[in-house]
Design a protein around this ligand. Structure first.
Ligand SMILES: [Zn+2]
Length: 263
């Protein structure tokens, strides 16, 4: 599938997998990873692709968690690489509650890295991304018009996924994850009704291949069954400990507004 348009590369980051989409004259980065994934990306490009990091033209950030938004600011500083993300992404960690959530999420990122990989590295990153390109739902990506950005709220309010219609390829960020053998929904799912709507919407897209930030690339028979089968999982806790942890992940101002509006 990749012979005509681009070659896909998967890089194992600190916590998440990152994907480079290599075209002849430009490269797109699907999520900037954690802070020092910026260095891993540069090393991978030089070693495996024999291309300078300057060939990167755009980094996408699906949402503000540390394993997705941590590396992009460093990449921008080092290579003048522009960042594209949801038009309202900088609302997520706003205010005092947002700042507290940002701190907790960074610590939880460390915890997750240690649990999974037994290692720790510096992962602090700015809580405001200040994207160079603000993406609306359905918009074509700047410099990569063959890709579309779709708003995909549920995990956070400002998640996006990125879709390549011609190749029927979808990068989902944390919309769904594969921690072991099974595909599940992410923890936290802070906006369950919106997650349901997002999954139903994704089920309408023709999709053959899904790129997961946690779980690699998977081929699927059809997107409709794949996403529809996840609907019963919305609102369920994958592990009992998640129920205890949820208040720790619910400090962002938008979560509070949402919970108040649901009462
Ligand atoms: Zn996340």
């Amino acid at each position: 599938m990749t012979e005509c348009l681009f070659t896909l590369h998967q890089i194992k980051g600190y916590i998440a997998s990152l994907y480079l989409v290599e075209y002849q004259n430009k490269i797109l980065l699907l999520d900037g990873g954690a802070r020092y994934d910026a260095v891993r990306i540069e090393e991978y490009m030089s070693r495996e692709m024999l291309r300078p990091a300057e060939d990167l033209r755009l980094v996408l950030v699906t949402h503000m968690h540390p394993d997705h938004a941590g590396g992009a600011p460093l990449l921008r500083r080092r290579f003048r690489l522009p960042i594209a993300a949801h038009v309202e992404i900088d609302q997520w960690y706003r205010g005092f509650r947002g700042a507290t959530q940002h701190l907790i999420d960074t610590l939880l990122g460390h915890y997750s890295a240690r649990q999974q990989f037994g290692k720790l590295e510096r992962a602090w990153y700015p809580r405001r991304l200040q994207p160079d390109y603000l993406l609306d739902d359905g918009q074509a990506l700047p410099g990569f018009p063959d890709w579309r950005a779709y708003a995909a709220p549920g995990h956070t309010l400002y998640d996006m996924v990125f879709y390549h219609p011609e190749e029927e390829l979808l990068y989902v960020g944390d919309l769904v994850i594969k921690p072991g053998d099974k595909i599940v929904l992410p923890f936290p799912t802070l906006f369950p009704e919106l997650m349901t709507a997002t999954l139903k919407r994704m089920a309408l897209l023709p999709v053959k291949k899904i790129l997961l930030a946690h779980g690699g690339a998977i081929e699927i028979a059809d997107g409709h069954s794949f996403f529809s089968e996840l609907l019963p999982l919305v609102g369920k806790y994958g592990q009992p400990v998640f129920k205890i942890m949820e208040p720790l992940c619910s400090l962002a101002p938008d979560v509070r507004h949402y919970k108040n509006s649901c009462r």
